[in-house]
Write a protein that binds this ligand. Structure first.
Ligand SMILES: Nc1ncnc2c1ncn2[C@@H]1O[C@H](COP(=O)(O)OP(=O)(O)O)[C@@H](O)[C@H]1O
Ligand SMILES: NC(=O)OP(=O)(O)O
Length: 310
């Protein structure tokens, strides 16, 4: 019998750091990514897809700021909703085209997803989520002088950072559970649109970008997934990443993963949230896999990627 698999697709896989942020570049990457996802569905598994939006939401914010003298800029939660819409559109269109070509029986539905956070989350005082394009150190210094918070991102350059609160409740879980056997559901894109409830139980948007690996974990837990797959632009997790003594990890226990975290092997805002999500998934007796897009099917069969389990 097939497994329930939640797949998280990285925003940097949708727009690679060295690519121009055109719509066509992003669509081409999504067409290729969904081709691999469809293979998982063809192998008999149910899939729920979530995705990142770091590059995309950062670029939407830049568009808003550039045009603000003629069109007022929207808050970040609305920019998140816009990124969810356009990435969901690319995913759904590409999935439907693959389904049609391969004559598979499956529907696709994209859910615009709000995710509740605590408005007093301490993340609001400590921005850590990298968004948008990469800058040199010199450019980053100039951006800081203009009031932006910047941070180095995993050896790839500097990026703007925004608050990234912990996801608490994913909206739409009952609907996903009803749909999952027949339909490929796309949900919680960009980590979800961050919202909070006030004392009168009213919903409000809040300016932040939730980490999609953390909300993907919540999604995996809430839909009772067997496997949480985080597809990114590296084939494996490594210790001593980028150094001469770099070492590929294939199978990692909870204890080993916790030890590597304690050794500061993984940077916040890139690999750390994936590993933390993987540890939490493994603690539930389930599996977490971190791998590159093109190795998704092999990784699910235990032949590629990095697997965290008990
Ligand atoms: N220890 C590590 N092993 C593998 N990749 C790492 C490690 N530490 C940092 N990284 C970086 O993490 C990146 C993946 O994280 P991120 O850019 O947030 O991915 P995505 O947007 O695909 O979710 C890789 O491209 C790599 O540069
Ligand atoms: N929201 C989010 O985590 O996006 P990335 O995957 O692009 O970092």
């Amino acid at each position: 019998m097939g497994k329930n698999v939640v797949i998280a697709l990285g925003g940097n896989a949708i727009l690679q750091p060295n690519q121009e942020a055109t719509y066509n570049n992003q669509l081409n990457n999504v067409v290729s990514a969904t081709g691999h996802m469809i293979e998982i569905r063809e192998a008999g598994h149910n899939i729920v897809i979530t995705h990142g939006n770091g590059p995309q939401v950062g670029n939407i914010i830049v568009q808003n700021e550039a045009a603000k003298d003629t069109v007022p800029a929207f808050p970040i939660d609305v920019c998140n909703a816009e990124s969810q819409g356009f990435i969901g559109y690319m995913l759904e269109q590409s999935l439907k085209n693959h389904i049609s070509k391969r004559q598979i029986s499956a529907n696709v539905a994209t859910l615009l997803t709000m995710v509740e956070v605590d408005k007093n989350d301490k993340a609001f005082q400590n921005p850590t989520k990298p968004i948008g394009v990469f800058f040199s150190e010199e450019e980053a210094k100039q951006m800081e002088e203009k009031g932006f918070t910047m941070s180095e991102d995993a050896g790839r350059g500097y990026r703007r950072v925004v608050p990234s609160p912990e996801p608490k409740v994913i909206h739409g879980i009952d609907e996903i559970r009803q749909l999952i056997d027949e339909t490929i559901v796309i949900s919680s894109g960009g980590g979800g649109i961050p919202i909070y409830r006030d004392e009168q139980d009213q919903i409000h948007g809040v300016e932040a970008v939730i980490d999609k690996d953390r909300s993907g974990l919540k999604l995996a837990q809430q839909v009772d997934a067997d496997v949480f797959m985080m597809l990114t632009d590296v084939p494996n997790v490594y210790i001593n990443f980028g150094k001469e003594n770099e070492q590929k990890l294939s199978q990692v226990s909870i204890e080993e993963a916790e030890q590597y975290v304690a050794e500061d092997q993984f940077p916040a805002g890139s690999m750390l949230p994936k590993i933390q999500a993987g540890i939490e998934m493994a603690k539930l007796g389930k599996e977490a896999i971190i791998c590159s897009l093109d190795q998704a099917v092999d990784a699910l069969e235990g032949k590629a990627g990095t697997r965290i389990s008990k």
